[in-house]
Design a protein around this ligand. Structure first.
Ligand SMILES: [Zn+2]
Ligand SMILES: [Zn+2]
Length: 419
């Protein structure tokens, strides 16, 4: 299927005209056979360099290199063991780049894409996405999710020029990766809710068209849970399409707001290892487990009684607690949170909108419903399955909103509860 990109870059009722940077998205069997033709037609075939890891080289990297007709081409195969989207991964790619390529081709899953995207931005060269698994929604994102010196950050990077998602390749990925992609998509339930609530409380810009795209993407994923487990080709293509849609939504807005809220903040916090030992769980696995916890927490807001303004006394950020836990990362946390997004909240507006907030939460699936969806998809649903203990829950909920300046309902909760 050739994704019709024109539909996403029209004038929009939100008042902006959204611009897509990706020029072509192809999701079908044999899609990698089209890569060489695309490079030639775009005048990028002088010196293409494929970036993959030891696993994805076998799965697709070798095939991609063989198909490239250019005589001057290279492949960089990174050791999959211990490979992360961090400064070490970037250094390994840069060490291996002898001269400036005409184009980079990322043949892998999320980590290879984040690393390639980062290097493409640094070197100002275009890149092509060749996803080897339907594991994350970040393939067409314009930001690279990196861990630099222990701090989980989102860097402005570049969109791929094109995506060639070959069903024959990504269907063969270990099922765990596919289940992780489903979980990453389900995360949009709270990502969108957080965005809608920030819009209600602070008039933050929102685009209803993008909200709809994300909700359609989640719906698509939720409908395919059984079919994916049965290994149906169409279900895999629909999942990849939904993941790409979520990425396009981020491109339309220019940041990850439509796709990342409190559930991603918990996942980022766990990746910083400040309250837990390192976990080997995949991105989507952490997001899925976090999502269920966020839904449990948000549903409790339904029981909150309206309060009077005089009862809200915001005491600022819990600096001592942040210092105790983030220690060497504390300065970065403070920098990230300056200004504190809670100062944007007008208490009167908060109380006036409490019913509207509750109405949105009512539509949200419960934590149990999410866990059951995750289970049907064969994804991880409990903390212990991702190597974390239940004892981290309370701290995770309290500290995670501070990993980003982005306003979420999780961040607002201290204003709603009496001390
Ligand atoms: Zn719009
Ligand atoms: Zn994600």
């Amino acid at each position: 299927m050739e994704v019709k990109l024109e539909e996403f870059s029209k004038e929009c009722s939100c008042g902006r005209s959204h611009r897509l940077l990706v020029k072509r998205v192809l999701i079908e069997s044999g899609a990698i056979g089209q890569v060489n033709g695309f490079l030639e037609a775009s005048g990028l075939d002088q010196y293409p360099v494929v970036i993959c890891d030891t696993h994805t080289y076998e799965a697709v990297g070798r095939l991609v290199v063989e198909q490239l007709k250019s005589e001057h081409k290279d492949v960089i195969i990174l050791d999959a063991e211990g490979l992360h989207a961090d400064e070490h991964g970037v250094a390994k790619i840069l060490e291996n780049l002898k001269e400036t390529p005409s184009v980079l081709l990322a043949a892998g899953a999320g980590t290879i894409h984040d690393l390639t995207r980062y290097v493409a931005k640094e070197k100002q060269i275009p890149f092509i996405a060749i996803p080897t698994a339907a594991s994350v929604d970040g393939f067409v994102s314009t930001v690279a999710a990196m861990t630099i010196k222990g701090f989980k950050v989102t860097y402005p990077a570049v969109s791929p020029l094109a995506v060639f998602a070959d069903t024959d390749v990504f269907m063969k990925a270990p099922y765990r990766l596919t289940a992780s992609g489903v979980a990453d998509l389900l995360g949009k339930y709270t990502a969108i809710l957080d965005w809608q609530i920030a819009h209600l409380l602070t008039d933050e810009y929102i685009c209803e068209k993008v909200v709809k795209i994300e909700l359609d993407a989640v719906k698509k994923a939720a409908e395919e849970l059984e079919a994916l487990k049965e290994g149906r080709k169409e279900a895999y293509e629909n999942l990849m399409y939904a993941l790409i849609l979520s990425g396009l939504a981020m491109q339309m807005i220019g940041n990850s707001r439509p796709a990342s809220g409190a559930e991603h903040h918990l996942s980022h916090l766990w990746e910083m290892h400040v309250i837990n030992t390192p976990t080997k769980a995949l991105h989507g696995e952490k997001v899925g487990v976090a999502l269920a916890l966020v839904c449990d927490t948000y549903k409790k807001v339904l029981a909150i009684e309206p309060r009077s303004i005089s009862e809200i006394s915001y005491k600022g950020m819990p600096c001592q607690e942040l210092k105790d836990h983030f220690s060497s990362l504390y300065e970065s946390i403070i920098e990230e949170n300056t200004p504190d997004p809670l100062i944007l909240i007008n208490y009167e507006k908060l109380l006036e909108n409490l019913d509207a907030v509750k109405a949105l939460i009512t539509k949200l699936p419960s934590g149990e419903e999410i866990r059951s969806m995750l289970k049907s998809a064969g994804a991880k649903s409990a903390l212990e399955e991702i190597g974390l203990e239940d004892s981290v829950i309370e701290k995770s909920l309290r500290l995670s909103p501070f990993v980003r300046q982005r306003l979420t309902l999780m961040r607002v909760l201290p204003l709603l509860y009496k001390d």
